[in-house]
Design a protein around this ligand. Structure first.
Ligand SMILES: [Mn+2]
Length: 317
């Protein structure tokens, strides 16, 4: 079978795609196109009528009834109650919101249902995608320092240029192929990535110095305007620099949209109680308990929404 892969445009989406590819290859199946997706304005409204290339696999993203394979763990994954009620887990469709990452979920599912034997590098990928997607780091420092190969790999996403959709799609597709085939320790040493990772690591050091200029603490929330100066791992820098806050709200600009990303400080003395995914889904976004995001074309609008959410978190979070 020749499948088209649709995946959430983040590490878990890519890693889930890599596990699927590694598994499918062992059965003689192929992935013929790689299609990253994000929560863009209007996406949910057009979702059920959207014409996907078929047959398709959807991972780490909204449920679609036409998907040949579908795996997700987001509580906001079903667009309405009817879809949710009608859905039944089977061999090629699986939903479980308790999984730390879809990558880990897909690996476990394929083992159970198909006797899949994941190689060591896929097991490592799943272990670290669990940690990264659920932010189960030992400390914000671990993220800011990025000593672990999987964390170094996560820097690669930051320097992929998104200005041309076609070029970006090809690069992300190539990365998924690499992840399916090789250990991360080898990928990060490849000449096309090695220098870029070193450069990103140096930039990260600069970001640490620069952070206070683009952030301010409002009660229990740090607000970061990353449109002034685009910085890496802004949420973790927030908790590294201001360990006392419970939430971080980060505004950034990429791919023609302003993004608002809200995170929860797991290491805070007082853990926030808000369900971030649920709050953001009211504004057309999505996510989990501890992290979520939304997008807008206008900066004014994203700033207004940030203000409302920061006030809300200070009152009810
Ligand atoms: Mn995920």
């Amino acid at each position: 079978m020749r499948y088209h892969l649709y995946f959430h445009d983040d590490l878990d989406g890519m890693a889930s795609g890599a596990v699927m590819l590694n598994f499918l290859k062992s059965r003689g199946d192929k992935i013929v196109s790689f299609n990253p997706i994000n929560y863009a304005p209007g996406l949910k409204e057009g979702w059920l009528k959207h014409k996907f290339k078929e047959p398709f696999i959807m991972v780490d993203f909204l449920f679609h009834p036409n998907a040949a394979w579908w795996f997700d763990h987001h509580e906001t994954s079903f667009l309405n109650n009817k879809l949710k009620d009608d859905f039944v887990n089977d061999a090629t469709h699986h939903f479980n919101s308790t999984h730390k990452s879809v990558c880990g979920m897909v690996m476990a599912h394929l083992k159970k249902e198909f006797g899949y034997k994941p190689p060591k590098h896929i097991q490592y990928l799943a272990k670290w995608t669990d940690i990264i997607d659920s932010a189960l780091y030992k400390s914000p420092k671990q993220v800011v320092e990025k000593k672990e190969p999987a964390l170094k790999f996560s820097l690669i996403q930051d320097f992929l240029d998104k200005t041309s959709k076609g070029v970006y799609r090809a690069k992300v597709g190539a990365l998924i192929r690499q992840l399916a085939e090789k250990p991360i320790t080898e990928i990060i040493k490849l000449s096309q990535f090695k220098n870029a990772i070193a450069k990103q690591a140096a930039e990260l050091k600069k970001d640490r110095k620069n952070f206070k200029n683009i952030s301010k603490v409002e009660g229990i929330v740090v607000f970061v305007d990353s449109t002034i100066d685009s910085i890496r791992v802004p949420h973790f820098l927030s908790y590294f620099i201001y360990p006392g806050v419970s939430y971080s709200a980060v505004v950034s600009y990429h791919g023609g949209y302003y993004h608002l990303s809200i995170g929860k400080n797991r290491w805070a003395k007082r853990l926030g109680t808000a369900n971030i995914g649920a709050i953001l889904s009211k504004y057309g976004g999505g996510g989990h308990q501890g992290i979520g995001g939304l997008e807008r074309k206008s900066k004014d609008e994203i700033m207004k929404i940030s203000e409302i959410i920061i006030k809300y978190l200070n009152k009810h979070g």
